[in-house]
Design a protein around this ligand. Structure first.
Ligand code: BES
Ligand code: MN
Ligand code: ZN
Length: 495
């Protein structure tokens, strides 16, 4: 789908379909009213008949004039005034659904003239681009026959006042860059484990580096051995697939500016290892690299936006299999930090690959480190599928992430990291155990990671409940690319 900005007056608008918001109280906004006048009051008449339900996202199609707006799609914004964020989203999705059934190739949206509670004009544009790209996303790479029809409309424009055109153009461009990052994260997540291996992720990183002039480095087993990454290597040793540690650097900021480092869990398939998982829904463990995918997706978005900030992406990647060389429960390994770990449960592998990556990134002298991981089933129990779990000992960093989550609609919720929980990780045989029992499983996982993050400001995002959807509409969500990109845009001072 192509997006653009239009600055013509509503009266002279020429399009296959004008998308017009109907505000609370069945009122038209200024642009809608101008269009109504140009079409001899057809919009007002339709509204007076009461055929458009008040529920947000309801639509009513009218036919206009061939040389102006050939069609007008009236879209109800709901009854709350000002329009809520939720109603705006429903209206946009309702409009897109209806536009998908029409034969016209283009549409012009006026929906941004509906004021949304606490949200800027720019937000209203970005939300529409995001929703349109969300509706247009298909994953058919593994099908021999492509089923889906091309998405309609092919072109979607936003009507804005001339004075705001340049800003609007930039906002739409950034929203497209974000959607490209989200789509990359979705594609990588949706690929099966036999295709998306650690080596495949490394190739994707190299491709991204080529296309966007990033610096890329891929460490292999020998180099991990030299770095004494005993925890990462322990996870990889039950699989035929060799591990990788991927390092991508984007330099958009001043040379001396300390980078934000993103560390993404890249388990390309998690069987649990010798602590084998039960069979039900095990296929969903191909999504155990969604943290890694979000790092690649965010770097893509940030590079396309040319954000003035330095960002490093680090991806420890391995496959967790119960092969003959696999780690046994009770094995003790030495991490890069020197801390010894008793691996009580080989299914708690994410924290093992992450802890060595978290030690590795000290060399970048980071401004902040954020790790992103489908880390615990316990986080899904705690928060469900709407909020990612966010953990940080640093209030400022935590508040920045909460704010970025609210602004982008990709929300997170802060969870505790109190010292008391560390008790649960004590081991009689090593410095730390890799599991802390059933109670507060998401918290003890974060507490484990905290032991490796003393050298910098750090936050952890547990995306086990938000990175993909199960059931009928199974698929990767691309989260938390919007959250991370919004956080970085705010840090870069551009939002
Ligand atoms: N990748 C899983 C976490 C997960 C499970 C995410 C289900 C989404 C849905 C992780 O590696 C894991 O297996 N964690 C264990 C930890 C436990 C052994 C302490 C879990 O959550 O059961
Ligand atoms: Mn696991
Ligand atoms: Zn896992």
């Amino acid at each position: 789908m192509q997006f653009s900005i239009k600055t013509s007056t509503a009266e002279s608008l020429k399009t296959a379909c004008a998308v017009v918001p109907v505000l609370p109280g069945r009122k038209l906004g200024p642009a809608g009213a101008a269009l109504d006048q140009a079409l001899s009051g057809a919009l007002g008449t339709a509204l007076a008949h009461g055929d458009l339900p008040a529920k947000a996202g309801s639509t009513l199609l009218l036919y206009g004039e061939a040389r102006r707006a050939a069609r007008v799609l009236l879209v109800s914004m709901g009854e709350e005034s000002p329009v809520s964020e939720k109603s705006f989203g429903e209206a946009v999705r309702g409009a897109l659904r209806h536009l998908g059934t029409l034969s016209g190739a283009d549409a012009v949206s006026l929906l941004q003239e509906a004021e949304v509670d606490g949200r800027s004009f720019a937000w209203r544009l970005r939300a529409q681009v995001g929703a349109a790209r969300e509706a247009a996303y298909r994953f058919e790479r593994m099908k021999s026959k492509k089923e889906a029809q091309p998405v309609k409309p092919e072109r979607l424009a936003f009507l804005v006042e001339r004075a705001g055109a340049a800003d609007a153009q930039r906002e739409v461009g950034e929203a497209v860059a974000l959607a490209n990052g989200v789509d990359l994260a979705k594609d990588l997540g949706n690929l099966p484990g036999n295709v998306c291996t650690p080596a495949y992720l490394a190739d994707e990183a190299r491709k991204l580096a080529r296309e966007h002039k990033l610096k890329v480095q891929v460490l292999e087993r020998r180099q991990m051995e030299a770095l004494r990454m005993g925890a990462l290597l322990a996870v990889a040793q039950g699989s035929e697939q060799p591990p990788r540690l991927i390092v991508l650097q984007y330099r958009g900021g001043p040379a001396k500016q300390a980078p934000v480092v993103l560390v993404g869990k890249g388990i390309t398939f998690d069987t649990g290892g010798i602590s084998l998982k039960p069979p039900a829904e095990m296929d969903e463990m191909k999504y155990d690299m969604c943290g890694a995918a979000s790092v690649l997706g965010t770097l893509r978005a940030v590079a396309e936006m040319k954000l003035p900030i330095n960002v490093v992406g680090v991806i420890p990647s391995a496959e967790n299999m119960p092969g003959g060389g696999a780690t046994r429960p009770g094995d003790v390994v030495t991490s890069m930090s020197g801390q010894t770990i008793e691996i009580l449960n080989t299914d708690a592998e994410g924290r093992l690959i992450l802890c060595d990556a978290l030690s590795y990134v000290e060399r970048f002298k980071p401004a902040a480190v954020i790790d992103i991981a489908t880390l615990t089933g316990a986080c899904v129990i705690a928060l469900g599928h709407h909020n990612s779990g966010m953990f940080s000992p640093n209030d400022t960093l935590a508040d920045e992430l909460l704010a970025a989550g609210r602004e982008s609609g990709d929300r997170c919720w802060r969870m505790p990291l109190d010292e008391e929980y560390q008790e649960q990780l004590k081991s009689p045989f090593a410095d730390v155990g890799n599991v802390g029992g059933r109670a507060a499983g998401a918290v003890t996982a974060a507490c484990f990671l905290a032991r490796f993050t003393k050298a910098y400001d750090w936050a952890h995002l547990d995306i086990a409940g938000t990175a993909w959807r199960s059931g009928n509409a199974k698929g990767a969500s691309g989260r938390p690319v919007p959250l991370l990109t919004g956080f970085l845009a705010a840090r870069a001072g551009s939002r």
